[in-house]
Every structure is written in C-alpha cells, then in structure tokens.
Design a protein around this ligand. Structure first.
Ligand code: CA
Length: 239
C-alpha cells in the first residue's frame, strides 16, 4: 500500500523533527517545510494532510491556510501557541480542520492525523443515504438524488449540503457555512447563506416549509437532521 504523504510546515527544527519521527514511525511519508514559501512551493507534490504552524518566519499560517482553501480541501491541522477561544474559532473559520495548541503531545497529534485521514478516505468513498434512501449524496460523482431522481444542485449548494450532511445534528453558523464553501466571508454573507439554503430546500425537500433535512436553528444557523441509513451493500463494495 502506498504511504500517505504528510507535509509538516514548522520553522522550529526541534518540533518539526519530533513530529516527523513520530509520523514516520506510524508509516507516513513526511516532508518538512521550514517556511511558508517552501510549503507553498511544494503543494503540487500531492499531500494527503498538512500540519501547519501558525507562526512562521515569512508567510503566516493563516494566510497559507486561506490560500490553500481556494483550491483544495486537504485536511489541515493547525499548530499554534495561541490558545484563546477566539483564535481557535478563527483558525477553524479560515478552513483548518483541527487545531492543536502548543505544547502538545506528539502521540495526540498522530492520533488526530489518523482520525482526519480516516474520515477523508471514508467520506470520499461512501455514498451518503438518509431517511430510507429518500435522499442520497455521492461525494465522488457529486450526484444528489431525491426519491432516486437526480437533483440538479449548483456547486455551492452541493458543497453546503455535503458539509452539513457529513455531520448530522451538528449546528453550523452562517459564518461557518460560508467559510466552508468559499474559504472566506464577506459583507452580507449571512443573507447569501440563507438564499442558498432556501434554494437547497426547494430542491431536496418535499415540503420546504417543513423540512426533513435542513433545519433552521433560530439565532444560530442550520443543522442537517436527516437520519443516516445503514451502509448499503453498494457502499461496502466500494470499500
Ligand atoms: Ca513557529
């Protein structure tokens, strides 16, 4: 089996070395980039996951994360010494999948790396099916079906639906939704999100005013309330 490739963007040699050796011990192929520039120049190498230090000598980690998100949904785990709640939220808001605060345990970091890789691998392969097959979403072909009929969604609608449906019952704020699909926010994004949700409901709900799938959480945002079906034999054949 091919080794999964991880890019560690970290200027502190000692930390980079420890992370690298722990990950290599677990069978990953690890590349260390000590600067933001060297990280960006290596992105074509096809990594499976990026561990990204927030404080780098040239380009900061947030900028790298934001620019990466314009074209890639590779899992990103941010490393940082900052730990206030605001900064955590901000880190996730710019598109990082996870946040590890220094000092951290290398073992814990490895566990999170594995968890994120497992999730992306299974999410890529599995067709999501809800409410006894009423709604199905195929992340690979990007096909959505309602009562087995194809539903035509825009790219943004599909991204919103997939992100919500991958985490049933999780409440997403409008800010989270817009940063997930656009990688950034802008003035008036909340109304834009509402408009996308309205269009999505028209397409995937039988009764858009009494939704089975996307529920409004007043004052907060939205959550996906479809009931996941057991894995079908079709899914298993793909694994
Ligand atoms: Ca640093």
């Amino acid at each position: 089996m091919q080794k999964e490739k991880i890019l560690v963007v970290e200027d502190e040699e000692k930390i980079a070395g420890i992370v690298k050796s722990y990950l290599e011990r677990e069978g990953f192929q690890v590349t260390v980039a000590p600067t933001g520039e060297s990280a960006l120049s290596r992105l074509q190498d096809g990594f499976d996951l990026i561990i990204l230090d927030l404080m780098l000598p040239d380009i900061d980690g947030e900028t790298i994360c934001t620019s990466l998100r314009e074209f890639s949904d590779i899992p990103i785990i941010m490393l940082t010494a900052k730990s206030s709640e605001d900064e955590r939220v901000r880190g996730l808001g710019i598109g990082a999948d996870d946040y590890v605060v220094k000092p951290f345990s290398a073992k814990e970091l490895v566990a999170r790396v594995k968890a994120h890789l497992r999730r992306t691998v299974s999410a890529k392969k599995k067709i999501l099916s809800f409410n006894g097959g009423i709604l199905t979403i195929d992340p690979l072909s990007r096909e959505t079906r309602k009562h087995d009929n194809p539903v035509s969604l825009t790219s943004t609608e599909f991204k919103i639906l997939l992100n919500l449906a991958e985490k049933p019952q999780m409440i997403f704020s409008r800010l989270q939704i817009i940063t997930l699909v656009q990688g950034f926010d802008f003035e008036g994004y909340d109304r834009v999100v509402d408009a996308h949700i309205k269009n999505l409901r028209q397409k995937i709900e039988d009764k858009p005013r009494d939704p089975l799938f996307i529920k409004t959480v007043y004052g907060v945002g939205y959550k996906f309330i479809g009931i996941p079906d057991e894995e079908s034999s079709q899914d298993k054949a793909l694994l």
